[in-house]
Design a protein around this ligand. Sequence first.
Ligand code: XLS
Ligand code: MG
Length: 344
Amino acid sequence: MAGTFRFSFGPWNIHEGADPFGPPVRQSIPFNQKLAQYRDLGFDGVQFHDDDAVPELDRLSPAQVVEQARAVRRTLEDHGLAAEFVAPRLWEDPRTIDGAYTANDPAVRAYARERSQLALDIADALGTDLVVLWLAREGTYIREAKDSRVAVGRIVEAMNDMLNANPGIRLAIEPKPNEPMDQAYIPTTGHAVAIGAQTVAPDRVGVNIESAHAVLAGLDPSDEMGFALACGKLWTVHLNDQNGLKFDQDKTFGSVDLRRAFNQVRLLDAHDYGANGEWVGLDVKAMRSQKDATATRHLSNSREIFLTLLDISRNLPASQMDELIAQRDYETLDRMVMMALLGR
Ligand code: XLS
Ligand code: MG
């Protein structure tokens, strides 16, 4: 029993370093130049927002959108890459300021649903059946602004539209408890699995667990993954790290809490992650202070840390660990793990 790991990231993970308090600090790299770097960094899969694949798609006809996405697929093939998923970017358009699927304005909800259909078409054209829903603005700044019972029903309706429109597509919800909204409607894996069960096709709704999002919810990422695995719902992951309860940091995997990272790797490996084609996505960002020439190191470093932790986990003495567990000698077990992580 062992995982099979291949790695993916999105073009947004090579970025210019802007934050809410300052402008970009690095040159922007054209999409095709980013693609050219994937293999050298050790990655074979590309994650897309709909408009990463087809910029300004709102101005194009559905046929033009598909045509452009097909061209991107050919470029991917030229680079020896595959598309992992497409996510509708529903949080940047001025219309979706107060939510997309859960907006109070029916015209905005209609836009969100149309745009989601385009994301399905793009996924088809890129050759992937997976659509990720990060429900960024599906929440509130103040509780009185929306009715949560109604809002959750609207998210189900929007998912039903997608599931009905394309019977080949699978949806993976990426839960996050806050940011940009004060409170999000689908904050945790449990919420995501539960809302999937309310749809017309529960077998085609799973989750994308991001380590940092779990930490922001006060939960352990590996336990969130274990819950999803137990429900047969862990269809992709966004590994990264997070230093406490603050803005979403997307730090290099393992760079804050190595043991927490180790336990994510160990769990994925123990349960044959990847056997059904699941990718290991690294949703990491370079520090703003990083200079242009070295602003992809966070990606190759995250992958290297993952593979090193995998090696450490596989080299731990399984029967000794079983014996310590049977004896309930968790102090010795704790030390064994710590010494392994310290390289002793
Ligand atoms: C949020 C991500 C976001 C999703 C995909 O964590 O950066 O872009 O992962 O939509
Ligand atoms: Mg993410």
